[in-house]
Write a protein that binds this ligand. Structure first.
Ligand SMILES: Cc1cc2nc3c(=O)[nH]c(=O)nc-3n(C[C@H](O)[C@H](O)[C@H](O)COP(=O)(O)OP(=O)(O)OC[C@H]3O[C@@H](n4cnc5c(N)ncnc54)[C@H](O)[C@@H]3O)c2cc1C
Length: 470
């Protein structure tokens, strides 16, 4: 039992069922919680009203008010380099151990190794445990010890290895009186402006309370997830991704929910949660995916990268309603439906012939749920450069995707109001409107709504050539 330990919060912003926090509390007499705003991450955010930073603040504020009401304690929020701040704080407070939950991104692994090395010099232990995923690192590998690079056998192995241990609830509620506040610190921050940011307009609240509402709302409709999950205008998916990303909701509680019901929807949802673990282990085993194709044979793809087309894609002015509505949803809310992520990503790479890394970066800047492993996995899937990816010759037809998954154009009408008067049959391809129809429906193509930036059949042929020449 340590007398004092630090618990370092990162992407696990909850007090309950938090593995690392539970261990720190169980093995220490007193625990000082700390969160570090790292300039190495913050300085890359160009928008100083960043919605993700706002969500983190919401979450920390909620945790602090809970801690304050229990025993007047709080999470120490610091700004600076964790490599320096964490060891310094441990020494200053007399902590003999630092606990945290493992992060699998290459930069985070590098940072944590540096922190651990500094701590070791002072004889302070560093304990990093699995919390963000159900299985991590090389826990699920093939019989020959090599990682799985195809989802279906991975998910079978994942399911066959799952025991109550992986989904256990780490109940720390009764231990929270051990949390004590640190003394005031020179790098302590109180407000967003202390870290150079301003309040951002976010459509959701970054609190666990809000996450729990999404979880319980989804639980009531989980059985129909399989039928509804592909339709962006239908409330079918869980909308939990930002909460899973920052850990206001934990993956174990989601898996427990999926296992609590035996419906086709719950099975399907569990499979999606397993995709998250799958991409996490891909990133851990193959860190080269951060900048390169997973499959080396696609490393030499020569994308023309037309900046004007890329701008149209970013702004939602491509002339393809389903793509434009999707991109406007992303720009306005910071979230995009999974079906649309696939359509928009495929369109950028295979219709506009722009490098998947450009799109990946744009999503990384905008998504509330941005997660390197899942975003990179999704983009490489769409670009056919990744593991278990869409074959390069299977190219989504945006108009057909639109007709199939937004048949009445309800989603399109919400984000492209200039198309709202078009009948269901015409809304998916406004460029085909006759002059008379353009007047009738109050939508002039080229004025109210853009002319398509490419013709899909031609763009498709060009993409096939590009991939064959790779
Ligand atoms: C190009 C592209 C980029 C993506 N970028 C991200 C990203 O940055 N962050 C992110 O969390 N997801 C990403 N995804 C996966 C998926 O689109 C989102 O997880 C999902 O849309 C989130 O909505 P939800 O919480 O309602 O999902 P639900 O359908 O309710 O699924 C529940 C959870 O399962 C996980 N999940 C579902 N589908 C996937 C998937 N295909 N891959 C990995 N995990 C999945 C997520 O954690 C999700 O919250 C991306 C997909 C694509 C095609």
């Amino acid at each position: 039992m340590s007398r004092i330990s630090l618990f370092w919060f990162r992407r696990d912003l909850r007090l309950t069922d938090n593995h690392g926090l539970f261990l720190a509390l169980s093995r220490s007499e007193q625990v000082i919680p700390v969160f570090v705003f790292d300039p190495a991450i913050l300085d890359r955010l160009t928008e100083k009203k960043d919605r993700r930073v706002q969500l983190i603040f919401d979450a920390l504020r909620e945790l602090n008010s809970e801690l304050a009401s229990r025993n007047g304690s709080r999470i120490l929020m610091l700004k600076g380099s964790p490599e320096y701040l964490i060891p310094e704080l441990a020494i200053q407070t007399g902590a003999s151990a630092v606990y945290t939950n493992t992060d699998y991104e290459p930069a985070a692994i590098h940072r944590d190794t540096a922190v651990q090395e500094q701590l070791m010099k002072s004889g302070i232990g560093f304990h990093s445990v699995r919390d963000h995923v159900i299985f991590h690192q090389n826990e699920i590998v093939k019989e020959d010890g090599k990682p799985y690079v195809v989802y279906t056998p991975y998910s079978k192995a994942w399911k066959s290895r799952l025991t109550a241990n992986e989904t256990r609830h780490f109940a720390s509620e009764n231990l929270l009186e051990k949390v004590i506040p640190a003394n005031p610190h020179p790098s302590e921050i109180q407000t967003l402006s202390d870290i150079g940011f301003s309040p951002a307009d976010v459509s959701i609240q970054g609190t666990r309370q809000a996450g729990l509402q999404f979880l319980s709302g989804f639980s009531a409709r989980m059985a129909s997830y399989g039928e509804t999950r592909d339709f962006p205008a239908v409330k079918g998916v869980s909308y939990l991704s930002p909460y899973l990303r920052f850990g206001m909701i934990g993956i174990r509680e989601c898996v427990r929910l999926a296992l609590s019901e035996n419906s086709s929807g719950s099975v399907k949802w569990l499979n999606e949660l397993i995709w998250r673990d799958f991409y996490s282990q891909i990133l851990w085993h193959f860190p080269h995916v951060v900048s390169d194709s997973f499959k080396p044979e696609y490393a030499g793809l020569q994308f023309p990268n037309d900046e004007e087309k890329f701008r149209h894609w970013c702004e939602g002015t491509t002339g393809f309603p389903i793509v434009d509505a999707a991109m406007r949803q992303l720009n306005q809310t910071g979230w995009m439906h999974n079906r649309l992520r696939m359509v928009a990503a495929s369109f950028l790479v295979k219709d506009l012939h722009v490098d998947w890394r450009w799109g990946e970066q744009y999503f990384a800047e905008k998504l509330l749920d941005f997660d390197l492993a899942s975003n990179n996995g999704g983009w490489q899937w769409a670009a056919s450069t990744g593991c278990d990816a869409q074959p390069y010759f299977r190219i989504f037809n945006p108009e057909l995707q639109s007709r199939k998954f937004d048949p009445a154009g309800k989603f399109i009408r919400k984000y492209c109001p200039e198309l709202k008067n078009l009948p269901d049959g015409l809304i998916h391809s406004p460029a085909t409107l006759s002059e008379a129809d353009q007047i009738l429906y109050g939508c002039r193509i080229g004025t109210d709504y853009p002319v398509p930036v490419v013709l899909h059949p031609e763009a498709k042929e060009k993409a096939l050539l590009l991939y064959r020449k790779k």
